[in-house]
Design a protein around this ligand. Structure first.
Ligand code: CA
Length: 229
């Protein structure tokens, strides 16, 4: 899950990024409307958190451009302008939610999670073979046995399970799980896949994580193909 935070006040932007990263999301920050649009054109976001008062343009202008895109991400407006007019205007122009500053981080997080659930009709529980992942409670188990994963490992596994039986390149995995500040090599993915394999596959006869030569990785239960969730 990848989030774009559009906020020109560095202090608030840092606070949001840290909090959201701590909650396990990949987060990019844009300090201006122009930067936000560049990010939106170059990456797929699952949600955009948008401040209205930006130095170079009105946040509603950014919202309009996002809404002009096919399948644009849900937008949560964050603004000091809490008047009813402003709220109605934001929602009318296609924002999915509106939160007035100052706000409590827990409330923001709850709303982000609600929007992500809405944007993702995918089930809250993912299953591949006897491996299950609970997206809401962030729990993983295989054959009934709980498996502890680090946040990035969980992020990779969730992304793979949402795309079961689909080969994913290292770049795709990096883009979904790390934020833009991450400029390391994609072979970090190999390292994490090794960790994941040691936790979910090594002890079991049936291996779920497959290496796809020339592409990357895929998760699948080969012996017992199940219908797409
Ligand atoms: Ca502002």
């Amino acid at each position: 899950m990848r989030i774009l935070v559009v906020e020109d006040e560095k202090r608030i932007a840092d606070f949001l990024c840290r909090g959201l990263q701590g909650a396990g999301y990949a987060v990019d920050a844009a300090l201006t409307g122009g930067e936000a649009l560049d990010h939106i054109h170059s990456a797929d976001y699952d949600i955009v958190i948008l401040d209205l008062m930006l130095p170079d343009m009105d946040g509603l202008k950014v919202l309009e451009k996002i809404r002009n895109r096919k399948l644009g991400p849900p937008v949560l407006i964050l603004s000091a302008r809490g008047g009813l007019d402003d709220r109605v205007k934001g929602l009318e122009q296609g924002a999915d939610d509106y939160l007035v500053k100052p706000f409590a981080f827990v409330e923001l997080l709850a709303r982000v999670r609600a929007l992500l659930r809405r944007g993702q009709p995918a089930p809250e529980k993912l299953q591949v073979g006897d491996l299950s992942l609970d997206c809401t409670r962030r729990k993983v188990s295989r054959a009934g046995e709980t498996i502890d994963l680090a946040p990035k490992e969980f992020g990779i596994l969730e992304y793979m399970m949402r795309n079961r039986s689909r080969p994913l390149s290292r770049t795709m995995i990096v883009e979904h799980v790390w934020d833009m500040d991450y400029d390391g090599l994609t072979n970090i993915v190999d390292v994490y896949i090794r960790h994941l394999r040691s936790k979910i596959d090594d002890r079991f006869p049936q291996k779920l994580i497959q290496t796809v030569r020339g592409i990357g990785y895929m998760i699948e239960a080969p012996d017992r193909p199940e219908r797409q969730a």
